[in-house]
Unconditional design. Structure first.
Ligand code: ADP
Ligand code: MG
Length: 257
């Protein structure tokens, strides 16, 4: 299964991604977790040891690799470079693995205006395409408040896009914008995940104000998320409630497939 996770900043995308990752690991799958946030923190949420994370460089910051593969220096525009750089070896070579989860950090592409084509973005787009087309493990993409790494060509390789929203009008407004972007590139299945819900009223607020997206599950507001952060442990290990809710979301997704 290949899932992308999007939503407004701070709603709980990384928390959800980490919970889903360990749910799939418990089911016996290998997981490739992609941190597409420009300031990566999925590794921490997954409880990766510091030494492993220190050895990890976001792909967008690997200047020599980008130049070797695309034929152009990162950050340069208008030059001639390969539009189909070799990337198939990158997930295994430049990732860190812990408890059955392979973590790849994409890093930030410094965009020089809309529609810019620079070496880093060509390499990352190709990388995401190849991951969606060729990898046979579960793929989870923790994205930013958008779907920028997904292109029309590979959008149908994503089994579902999970849009995370809190019980707030703003995060549901962002969910509506993401829905529009995702619909434009024809991602086939879009679902809303309600995050940080503390009451039945919260659940109802999300369901009632969903921008026409079916709600596939809820994650409770749980102080264990804060404790997990402080103790550098995966929240999956600390919160039976959230782990159970993640299993329910995975079960619902597996029914739909
Ligand atoms: N279910 C939850 N219960 C309580 N706090 C949460 C929950 N999910 C996320 N948080 C808190 O919200 C903040 C943002 O969470 P995070 O998963 O990093 O969001 P995002 O990846 O969308 O920016 C963090 O401080 C986290 O501790
Ligand atoms: Mg995040």
């Amino acid at each position: 299964m290949k899932l992308a996770i999007s939503g407004k900043g701070g709603v709980g995308k990384t928390t959800l991604t980490s919970l889903l990752a360990y749910t799939f690991v418990d089911q016996g799958y290998n997981v490739l977790a992609i941190d597409a946030d420009p300031s990566p923190c999925l590794g921490d949420a997954l409880g990766f040891p510091r030494e492993l994370l220190q050895g990890l460089t976001p792909i967008a910051e690997m200047g020599d690799l980008i130049e070797e593969r695309t034929g152009a220096k990162p950050g340069t525009y208008g030059g001639v470079f390969k539009m189909n750089p070799r990337v198939d070896d990158i997930p295994d070579k430049f990732s860190a693995t812990y408890r059955g989860i392979k973590l790849l950090e994409l890093g930030a592409v410094k965009m020089g205006g809309s529609g810019c084509i620079c070496a880093e973005s060509v390499l990352l787009k190709q990388l995401v395409s190849i991951i969606l087309l060729q990898r046979n493990e579960v793929v989870l993409m923790d994205m930013y408040a958008g779907v920028e790494h997904l292109g029309r060509a590979t959008s149908d390789m994503v089994d579902a896009l999970l849009i995370v929203a809190e019980p707030t009008a703003r995060s549901l407004g962002t969910a509506a914008q993401i829905k529009q972007l995702a619909t434009d590139i024809k991602i086939p299945r879009l679902y809303l995940v309600g995050s940080k819900v503390a009451s039945q009223a919260d659940r109802e607020f999300i369901t009632t104000n969903s921008p026409g997206l079916p709600v596939i599950g809820f994650l409770s507001a749980d102080p264990a998320v804060l404790n997990a952060d402080r103790e550098r442990k995966p929240v999956y290990d600390l919160s039976p409630t959230l782990a159970q809710q993640a299993r329910e979301i995975v079960a619902a997704l597996q029914t739909i497939q």
